[in-house]
Design a protein around this ligand. Sequence first.
Ligand SMILES: [Zn+2]
Length: 232
Amino acid sequence: MARDMTLNRLTERIWFFPFEEERDRPNLSYIRGDRWSLAVDAGHSADHTAAFYRALEAANLPLPALTVLTHWHWDHTFGMHAVHGLTLANARTNARLLAFRERLAREGREFFLAMHETIRKEYAGNAPVVVTPADMVFTGEILLDAGNCPVRAFQAEAPHTDDSTLIYAPGEKVLLLGDAEGGVFPTWEKDPALCKKLADTIEGLDVDICLESHWTPDTKRGTIDNLLEISQ
Ligand SMILES: [Zn+2]
């Protein structure tokens, strides 16, 4: 039985529940406003979401009123049915989730488990695979304010998937990238033109810390350099 992980604090208002390679669990981030709090990404399964919430409770932080998704991939979204409060995704992410749910209903879960060993580990013991669409859907950009804490969620072109939402907290100078700077699953190939577009997007933001979902926090410069190495 794995020991419960604790939250890492990134800034005054932002924490994250750290990633785990074994089950391909991404960082789950948490932004606390004066009036309400939001989470970024739901988790790989209900079990992952529950572990995140135990860490929030241990830190005396209220459960999120809203969970915003960075992209549709299972390790970020299949815990959506277990979240506290509402969920928000861009329209393309929501369409991908609905299509995946239909495929699961049509073909059963075997094709999903066959996709990767980390998925079989997450869903060991016959844990149910449940896919839920978002409660709220946006296109382009949405500005949230959790109470003296503006948060901008916006779609951006990126090499990982075509449905990336970046989460930017300007007051904290933090950018949450999801897997946006990674390559395509499962080959991890990166399109240099999309790397350049994402690097330009990050360049235009006033940011001190960038957090990618399967890695530790990095500087803006480190993140951009990592992207541009590929496109040179
Ligand atoms: Zn992904």
